[in-house]
Design a protein around this ligand. Structure first.
Ligand SMILES: Nc1ncnc2c1ncn2[C@@H]1O[C@H](COP(=O)(O)OP(=O)(O)O)[C@@H](O)[C@H]1O
Ligand SMILES: [Mg+2]
Length: 356
């Protein structure tokens, strides 16, 4: 029996349906991300789990108990928001103590728990400071401690890192994950940042227009995307249009590409930058020639964009100090293995019309 179950949940505001049918079972101690573009319903779904919104249909249960109609304060859920939602007129210690006071915990016990939480997030020395005296990263750590202090059953985080600098974001990411593992707390983390979701999660729910397009491990989501939306939202993907021959081949601007399986008619192929290389394959199949129109030096990687058949194909090379990458304007041949070609099932209507 899963610890947290969301079954057939829908949510409309007036006539506007924002969550169109959402099913998810989360195991105890699991770290789940809701990943999707702005406006796809992530926050709304999270707020229904917290109890701040009531589903239009469906049920939510925690630890075997139906909580769909329960108010937020009865659910024992901790929540952290994007904006630093600390109480500005309270010290760090008082912020962390807040939920414990509400719960009626005796003062001596509160002091002990606050000290424990502040030690956990490494901010015990700042107990008497006020939020305005803290950096953004420190404020979010306090918000995390405040959410965790009453020992919630589920931790919900709504884009908690998106207001922070890139460096802090990465270090806090690791800190949150380590803390979550240590406490074994069931967690849902909302983000529109695919790198965050890929690096932190046990499983990712990729959301698109109020639906879960795909639920899977980061490895599955990245390597075996089920829809075109997932394939292009998660990671970089070059899209190429070709004509499937019906056996496992497609013709792209005169060149032949071997596919992982047969396809007929117009096909859209996806290729990850790391699957394409400038090294010739032994059998010389799956090669496309084009002109480099962009060279992006990223440090450990160099990302080339090669114009092929009207599309830009990204090719990643490892940086090699002994071997500088080719330059803009150079003509190169790209190689890739048939197994690395993603044949994307959905052809968008605008492309279908353009083809007629
Ligand atoms: N209380 C509300 N009343 C009306 N519309 C809402 C309300 N809350 C959210 N929405 C709408 O629902 C959609 C999804 O919003 P939200 O869940 O915040 O998306 P996300 O968190 O993925 O960016 C948006 O179009 C938003 O305008
Ligand atoms: Mg949101």
């Amino acid at each position: 029996m899963s610890f947290l179950r969301i079954e057939g949940v829908k949510k409309s505001f007036g006539g506007n349906t924002v969550v169109r049918g959402f099913d998810l079972s989360v195991e105890k101690g699991e770290f789940i991300s809701f990943l999707g573009p702005s406006g796809c319903g992530k926050t709304t779904m999270l707020r229904m789990v917290a109890g701040f919104e009531t589903p239009t249909a469906g049920t939510i249960s925690i630890d075997g108990q139906d909580v769909t109609a329960q108010p937020p304060n009865r659910r024992r859920i901790g929540m952290v928001f994007q904006a630093y939602a600390l109480f500005p007129n309270m010290s760090v210690a008082d912020n962390v103590a807040f939920g414990l006071k509400i719960a009626g915990m005796p003062a001596a016990q509160i002091r002990e728990r606050v000290a424990e939480m502040l030690t956990l997030i490494g901010l015990r020395h700042l107990a008497d400071r006020y939020p305005y005296q803290l950096s953004g990263g420190q404020q979010q750590r306090v918000a995390l401690a405040r959410a965790l202090a009453p020992s919630p059953r589920v931790l919900l985080l709504d884009e908690p890192l998106s207001a922070l600098d890139a460096k802090i974001r990465v270090s806090l990411r690791e800190e949150i994950r380590a803390l979550q593992r240590k406490l074994g707390i069931t967690t849902i983390f909302v983000t529109h940042d695919q790198e965050e979701a890929l690096s932190m999660s046990d499983r990712i729910v990729v959301m698109n227009e109020g639906r879960a397009d795909q639920i899977g491990t980061p490895f599955e989501i990245y390597n075996r995307p089920k829809t075109r939306f997932v394939a292009s939202f998660v990671g970089n993907l070059s899209l190429l249009e070709g004509e499937g021959t019906g056996d496992a081949r497609a013709i792209l601007a005169g060149d032949e590409v071997i596919l992982p399986f047969p396809a007929r008619g117009r096909v859209i192929l996806g290729l990850r930058p790391e699957a394409a290389s400038l090294q010739a394959s032994a059998d010389r199949t799956n090669q496309l020639t084009g002109r480099i129109d962009e060279v992006n030096f990223l440090g450990s990687l160099v990302r080339l964009r090669v114009a092929v058949a009207g599309a830009g194909v990204l090719v990643d090379m490892f940086n090699n100090p002994g071997n500088p990458p080719p330059g803009r304007g150079d003509i190169v041949t790209i190689h890739f293995a048939p197994a690395d070609v993603q044949v994307l099932e959905h052809t968008p209507p605008e492309l279908a019309i353009a083809a007629e």
